[in-house]
Ligand binder design. Structure first.
Ligand SMILES: Cc1cc2nc3c(=O)[nH]c(=O)nc-3n(C[C@H](O)[C@H](O)[C@H](O)COP(=O)(O)OP(=O)(O)OC[C@H]3O[C@@H](n4cnc5c(N)ncnc54)[C@H](O)[C@@H]3O)c2cc1C
Length: 384
């Protein structure tokens, strides 16, 4: 749903100029330094990127899913590292508070998240629990008006910058499954929290992940999202459902960028006395990529509109995440191929994007987990 086409077009133009004038020119430096310069972060704040999904009453832009998807497609024409800094605050880090938080919890955190003053992270994965997220072992034991949290969270995006964690922990040790899990809002300054070293990753240099370790960390019971124990896994899954459309849009944006780069290169580069863009085998790679990006974009926008209409989009969101991330990997591979030897060299940038996008098939549910979600929903619907 697009609420005001004129305002949306103006906002997309602003994002597009930011991408062209600030983000793309600094991509290489960001990767070299493994950090996003402060002036760029400030501009992200000024444009309102940290508040894209926060409702207007809390100081954000309150974008619908369709609007958010369009912004992500535009923003991700620059390195996905930039999106990563706002991504957890706009998405998985804050959405639990927004979806299931009490009015007080929302009023407490959302205004500071919307301005980018506070960065939010989502802490679900553990050393022994990834795809099998319901098996987490981090414990939260009630003690008076507090819970005492112990455990380690792994690969947590933006943890080194986070001011707040949406943390999933087991409040009921008797229930080893999803029903024993609660979601907490944890101020990152709470005593008992320490961070591991930044992970050395395959790509996305400039975006940071690390372990988050909780040792006898005391959190007030009033910080349970929605003040109800045992609902944390449901909250996490709702957050991830929405996140899957978001990641689908991200994949479309980066794929469009890689295909643009490959097309420009194919038009400039000459072999056998002609542009390589005129060879039909190169054209096949361009055409396959174009068609697949178009398909993914249609899927993402359709799922987004359905969500905006209040439909249950669990299956569609998983389809978007699975198809768009796999598509993005294929487009990255073809783009490197079209660049030939230059595609393997750092100075052309395409090898960096190739490494960056590998992540999309892994986090927020691997491709195999999306397949399981889609097929399980199909079987359930057919046998209901
Ligand atoms: C850069 C990065 C950032 C991340 N950010 C966050 C974050 O902010 N917050 C957070 O909580 N987590 C985060 N994660 C964790 C991420 O979500 C997990 O890595 C992911 O869900 C996969 O879990 P795993 O790594 O434990 O792999 P595993 O679950 O061990 O999976 C390994 C392989 O087995 C397959 N597999 C597992 N189960 C099945 C099955 N039932 N059927 C078929 N195949 C199966 C998987 O598909 C995969 O191919 C991040 C990860 C990375 C790499």
């Amino acid at each position: 749903m697009i609420r005001d086409q004129e305002m949306m077009t103006a906002f997309l133009d602003t994002v597009s100029s930011f991408v062209r004038e600030d983000l793309i020119p600094s991509e290489e430096a960001v990767s070299e330094a493994d950090a996003i310069p402060e002036p760029i972060v400030k501009k992200m704040r000024d444009i309102g990127l940290f508040g894209l999904t926060v409702p207007e009453e809390f100081g954000g832009l309150g974008l619908t899913m369709e609007e958010e998807s369009l912004v992500m497609i535009e923003l991700c024409k620059a390195s996905p590292v930039f999106r990563s800094l706002i991504g957890t605050t706009v998405g998985i880090g804050s959405q639990g508070i927004l979806m299931d938080g009490t009015d007080e919890q929302k009023a407490d955190w959302l205004p500071r998240l919307a301005t980018g003053e506070v960065i939010a992270s989502f802490a679900l994965t553990e050393p022994g629990s990834g795809s099998d997220a319901a098996s987490i072992r981090t414990s939260a034991v009630r003690d008076g008006d507090d819970y005492v949290i112990n455990g380690t969270k792994r690969f947590i995006t933006n943890a080194p910058h986070a001011g707040v964690f949406t943390l999933m922990a087991r409040t009921n040790p008797e229930d080893k499954g999803a029903g024993g899990i609660s979601a907490f809002i944890v101020d990152a300054k709470t005593p008992g929290i320490s961070l591991g070293k930044n992970d050395k990753k395959m790509g996305q240099r400039g975006a940071h992940t690390c372990d988050v370790i909780f040792e006898d960390c005391r959190v007030p019971a009033s910080n349970i999202i929605g003040l109800k124990e045992g609902r944390g896994f449901k909250t996490a899954m709702k957050v991830l459902d929405k996140g899957r459309i978001h990641i689908g849009a991200v994949c479309v944006g980066v794929a469009e960028r890689m295909l643009d780069d490959a097309l420009n290169y194919a038009i400039e580069r000459k072999q056998f006395g002609q542009r390589i863009a005129d060879f039909q085998l190169v054209q096949a790679m361009l055409a396959d990529s174009k068609a697949e990006i178009y398909a993914a974009k249609c899927m993402v926008l359709d799922a987004a509109r359905r969500r905006d209409n209040g439909e249950d989009i669990s299956t569609e969101a998983a389809c978007c995440k699975m198809y768009a991330s796999e598509m993005c990997g294929r487009v990255a591979d073809r783009a490197v191929q079209i660049f030939g030897g230059a595609g393997y060299m750092a100075e052309y940038g395409i090898e960096r994007l190739y490494r960056d996008v590998r992540l999309f098939r892994i986090y927020e549910g691997t491709t195999q987990i999306q397949q399981i979600v889609i097929a399980r929903n199909m079987v359930r619907a057919a046998t209901a």
